[in-house]
Write a protein that binds this ligand. Structure first.
Ligand SMILES: [Zn+2]
Ligand SMILES: [Zn+2]
Length: 492
């Protein structure tokens, strides 16, 4: 997930990674248990171990054994030939050889490196970044205990200006402002055509886009983390890119690339909150905080925000929550009892009436996740570092017939959470998981930007601490510490 409580978004479209026909699943709990770096490194090693011989790329020089390898994103049902993908790379163009700074995770380090751009693929877009958000997903890259087998630019989307496009790119032009989303939305795969762009099987596998000073190839769309973000220049397949056409400051719109979009998606996509309904939001990090705003935008009657961190509860009250609860003060059944009392109909005791409803929210939006790192003394730590207890509470407290929304991949709902009293079968409760919380980037990100323009989504209050491009790692540390609602990197 991405943020505060929102370990959610290993979201990433790379939910399923295929290599040599074998599927690798990455769950958020795996990531929390082993650290993201372990999974990334292991996953990549497995991918390369199984990669067809043709995966070695003449176009990408470098001493590493994986030099020039192709990493498959999503499904590869057609058996894309990796050699042909690399051979499709365009010859040197305007941006080839360009030097720029990026935060790179490689071997046992996360460091700012000067990179050199390789020739782009015809479907690639070169973006000069204006602003990139941080999220809890990206904090996994702070853990460098495990060796990363390939070099990848860190980050999770952002906003920038198109510097160059490959000759087959149709979606954007040079000079456009674009959002690099957390998930692709190709518009032509079966999932996109079925209204499930959040599960897009994007067409192009990841190929290296740049090299380090020693010629080590560097990836910018690296599974399972999704798009990069912490770099002056990002190269992306056009499927991940959405044109914006807005005057909203980039540092504000960039919030939508991952955390803000995910939170709004919980409230507005797939099973949108109905006006007048009761909502509980577990976890008030940037995803949960955006979900609170989404619930307000949808016209919810009661919006209960739950988080152990005081400043986050205070901000939630400002941004739309009608009530807040401290999950360190009200634990277990006490929390459930309080939520039920806040969502009970105000009728005289003992009175039965037409339209009578069960207490409890109709929508529970879960954005808690787990806690990877110890928090600083001035930030309240959750009593449950795993994030599993809130999942149980979410399922228990939701009204019969209601919806529990979660936003991580490989979510343990059903595996790690028990459903007492036969609720699963008889109570009509629905668990709605969703990559990027069901957001379809091309459809939803432009309308979310309109919500900022109209003042309905307060993006300004979502921008916590802003760092220059010389402090990219510090920005990620703020996300890990939860010392501000978000952090962002401003490149210009
Ligand atoms: Zn993210
Ligand atoms: Zn698609």
């Amino acid at each position: 997930m991405c943020s505060s409580g929102d370990d959610h978004d290993y979201v990433v479209s790379g939910q399923h990674i295929y290599a040599g026909g074998e599927q690798l699943m990455v769950s958020r709990r795996d990531l929390l248990r082993g650290g993201a770096a372990a999974v990334i490194a292991g996953g990549a090693a497995a991918l390369f171990a199984q990669a067809p011989a043709g995966a070695q790329a003449p176009a990408a020089p470098g001493p590493a054994t994986n030099a020039g390898g192709v990493i498959f994103w999503g499904n590869n049902p057609g058996g894309v030939n990796p050699t042909s993908i690399l051979a499709e790379r365009q010859g040197p163009t305007k941006t080839s050889g360009m030097k720029f700074k990026a935060l790179v995770r490689y071997a046992n380090a996360l460091t700012t490196e000067t990179l050199t751009l390789l020739p782009i693929h015809p479907l690639h877009v070169v973006i000069r970044m204006q602003a990139s958000q941080t999220c809890y997903s990206s904090t996994g890259q702070l853990n460098t205990t495990n060796r990363a087998q390939f070099a990848a630019v860190a980050g999770h989307g952002g906003v920038g200006i198109v510097e160059e496009v490959g000759r087959l790119v149709k979606r954007v032009k040079v000079g456009d402002q674009v959002m690099l989303a957390t998930t692709p939305n190709c518009g032509v795969c079966a999932n996109c055509l079925s209204g499930r762009g959040d599960l897009c099987n994007t067409r192009l596998p990841a190929i290296p886009s740049a090299t380090m000073s020693d010629n080590t190839p560097v990836y910018m769309t690296a599974p399972p983390m999704g798009p990069a973000g912490y770099s002056e220049i990002i190269v992306s397949d056009e499927d991940w890119v959405v044109p914006l056409f807005t005057n909203v400051p980039a540092v504000e719109s960039s919030v939508l690339a991952c955390v803000g979009g995910t939170g709004l998606g919980l409230a507005m996509c797939r099973f949108p909150i109905e006006a007048g309904s009761d909502v509980a939001v577990f976890g008030l990090g940037p995803i949960g905080m955006s979900a609170v705003q989404g619930a307000r935008i949808q016209g919810a009657k009661t919006i209960i925000g739950i988080d152990p961190i005081r400043y986050r509860r205070d901000l939630a009250l400002k941004l739309g929550a009608t009530h807040v609860l401290d999950s360190n003060a009200d634990k277990g059944n006490d929390l459930i009892t309080k939520i039920r009392s806040l969502t009970a109909d105000p009728v005289p005791a003992g009175r039965r009436y037409a339209g009578e409803r069960q207490a409890g929210p109709t929508y529970v939006l879960e954005a808690v996740g787990g806690t990877r790192f110890p928090l600083p003394p001035n930030v309240e730590s959750p009593s449950d570092m795993t994030g599993i207890e809130p999942l149980q509470q979410a399922w228990t407290v939701v009204r019969n017939g209601g919806y529990v929304r979660t936003c991580s991949i490989g979510h343990p709902m059903g595996a790690n959470v028990s459903f007492p009293g036969g609720q699963w079968a008889n109570a009509g409760k629905t668990h709605v998981p969703g990559n990027y919380a069901g957001v379809q980037a091309l459809r939803d990100l432009p309308r979310f930007v309109r919500l900022i323009e109209s003042g309905l989504f307060d993006a300004k209050s979502m921008v916590g601490q802003v760092f220059g491009s010389d402090k990219m790692k510090d920005a990620v540390q703020v996300a890990a510490d939860r010392s501000a609602i978000t952090s962002a990197i401003q490149f210009s």
